[in-house]
Design a protein around this ligand. Structure first.
Ligand code: K2U
Ligand code: ZN
Length: 172
């Protein structure tokens, strides 16, 4: 296992649409293990493969609190098959947009079909933080960031901030 470098805004890699996983191979299982190790190290509660530069439809989530036993989840080729009309507002952050948090409105409940690490088709219904996190991570697989759900003013302000920081880092 390895902690992998995170892709940070404004890197255009984050805007790629990730491709489906063809088969759950040992390499895919090793990638999921690296994603979990990277996510725990950040720390974060979710991670999409594109955030470590791998354009595959694979994501990991663990909602366990630091003092609780780890509860890792891996979703391969996840698809939202149903969303509730009822909406929910939750503060979101993103490991690819560090130190920036904003409230985002999303469907309160979703049903997701995915492959587990054994290649078995699974269906879950999620609410609360799991619903928010699944939608946030599946957005990543489609090149969408949580700032895309904010006002144009807020999105342009944070994009300018990170573009300026990237220019400063490359000049250093
Ligand atoms: O995609 C990511 O960068 C993972 C996010 C997951 C997340 C999605 C929605 C709402 C909150 C978090 C990171 O874990 S950001 C770090 C974090 C952790 C807990 C709560 C808020 C932010
Ligand atoms: Zn994110």
């Amino acid at each position: 296992m390895a902690i992998r470098p995170l892709v940070i805004l404004p890197d255009s890699v984050l805007r790629q649409v990730s491709k489906p996983v063809e088969a759950v191979t040992p390499e895919i299982k090793a990638l999921a293990a690296d994603m979990l190790e990277t996510m725990y190290d950040a720390p974060g509660i979710g991670l999409a493969a594109i955030q470590i530069g791998v354009p595959l439809r694979l994501l990991t989530i663990d909602l366990a609190k630091p003092e609780e036993e780890k509860a890792p989840m891996t979703f391969i080729n996840p698809e939202i098959t149903w969303s509730s009309k009822e909406l929910n507002i939750h503060e979101e952050g993103c490991l690819s947009i560090p130190e920036y948090y904003e409230e985002v409105e999303r469907p309160a409940r979703v049903k997701v079909r995915y492959l587990d690490l054994d290649g078995k088709v699974q269906d879950i219904e999620a609410d609360g933080l799991l619903a928010t996190c699944l939608q946030h991570e599946i957005d990543h697989l489609n090149g969408v960031l949580f700032i895309d759900h904010l006002s144009r003013l807020k999105r342009e302000r944070v994009t300018k901030r990170f573009a300026k920081a990237a220019r400063r880092d490359s000049a250093a």
